[in-house]
Design a protein around this ligand. Structure first.
Ligand code: F6P
Length: 366
């Protein structure tokens, strides 16, 4: 892994999928082959493929026609941390550091550098492989947009577009029935999807994890709209939002996942709580769920992914390992993985975007 002239690179996609993964695979593969004449392979199911040495050759033919498609042709897994991997040994299921097996596989295949496409969990392992001397470049993926050191992760824009369309659709049905409509969106512990979709989709109330909400503020907003002759209200709530003096709602625990908590259910809880206080409107709650991760990739994400993929290969050619490509302003740049991991980029409750939302009359629940 210490050669200067790179001949072969590998890539893998880890964590929850999102739109733009295929666009990055496309850009990395084409840039590597057309510009630098590298060979390219892709490990299947993220780190699991690296551990099992399960890979496919990536060629101009195999990536043809994938740029706009959601998902990942390499498949993904959000359970396989090779530094703390679940394996069966002597009839027992134990956790073990199997990273050296992965490194041996890379050497066996003559892989000079590895492009790791993922969010916080996947890139934490990328950093750990870099610490073990592997030539690694990271690409920031997640609909949650919560990765530190990049202004935007790919996948986020597509998710916001889907959530915005959902709000547009809820508007017409809310208005027809004079209802209060709640849309629960993803985002883990950050409120980026809710905030941006809420602004774009003209929500009346946006609830995010970074600002605990007071239900009375929401009730006041509904009443104020009634008085203005707008007897319907649209609320977008991030799955990680919580009431003041309350807790987040957990939908399930995935025991074999490195990050086992799955949030979900705050939309229904809010509907139940509001029903006790609002008697003149019916209330309905919709959970958008994994729809936010699938389908056609937005134009913005296709371009961002192409830029990220191309830059990742440039970093390899320049021996700039241990870094993650990132967007700063409108410039594609890079940042050491050491500075990225372990810091979550949440919405700034007193930042410009929250201020804009409040300026245009949206209630943030505070
Ligand atoms: O991190 C992406 C994300 O979609 C989160 O927004 C959500 O909380 C989580 O993954 C869902 O995970 P799973 O696909 O395991 O249900």
């Amino acid at each position: 892994m210490l050669t200067n002239k790179v001949k072969k690179i590998a890539l893998l996609t880890g964590g929850g999928d999102c739109s733009g993964l295929n666009a990055v695979i496309n850009a990395v593969t084409k840039t590597a082959i057309l510009k630098y004449n590298y060979k390219v392979i892709g490990y299947k199911f993220g780190y699991r493929g690296l551990y099992k040495n399960d890979f496919v050759d990536l060629t101009l033919e195999s990536v043809s026609g994938i740029q706009h498609k959601g998902g990942t042709i390499l498949y993904s897994s959000n359970k396989d941390n090779l530094f703390d991997y679940l394996i069966e040994e002597n009839g027992e299921i134990i956790r073990k550091d199997v990273s050296d097996i992965a490194i041996a596989n890379l050497k066996k295949e003559g892989v000079d550098a590895l492009v790791i496409i993922g969010g916080d969990g996947t890139l934490t392992s990328a950093r750990d492989f870099a610490r073990k001397g592997i030539n690694v470049v990271g690409v920031p993926k997640t609909i949650d947009n919560d990765l530190f050191a990049t202004d935007i992760t790919f996948g986020f824009n597509s998710a916001v577009s889907i959530a915005t369309e959902a709000l547009d659709r809820l508007h017409t049905t809310a208005e027809s029935h004079h209802r209060v409509m709640i849309l629960e969106v993803m985002g883990r512990n950050s409120g980026w999807i809710a905030l941006e979709a809420g602004i774009a989709g003209s929500a009346d109330v946006i609830l995010i994890p970074e600002i605990s909400y007071d239900i009375n503020k929401i009730v006041n907003k509904i009443r104020e709209r009634d008085e203005r002759g707008k007897p319907f209200t649209i609320i977008v709530v991030a799955e990680g939002a919580k009431p003041k003096d309350g807790e987040v709602v957990i939908s399930k625990i995935v025991p074999d996942s490195p990050d086992p908590i799955r949030l979900g259910g705050i939309g229904n809880k809010l509907a139940e709580d509001l029903e006790k206080l609002i008697k003149n409107h019916e209330i309905r709650s919709t959970v958008l769920g994994h729809v936010q991760r699938g389908g056609i990739t937005s134009t913005y994400d296709r371009i961002l992914s192409a830029r990220y993929g191309s830059k990742a290969v440039e970093l390899i050619e320049k021996n700039l390992y241990g870094n993650m490509v990132c967007l700063k302003g409108n410039e594609i740049s890079y940042e050491s993985l050491e500075n990225v991991i372990g810091k979550i980029k949440g919405v700034n409750p007193s930042g410009e975007l929250v201020e804009v939302a409040k300026n245009i009359g949206i209630c943030l629940g505070d």
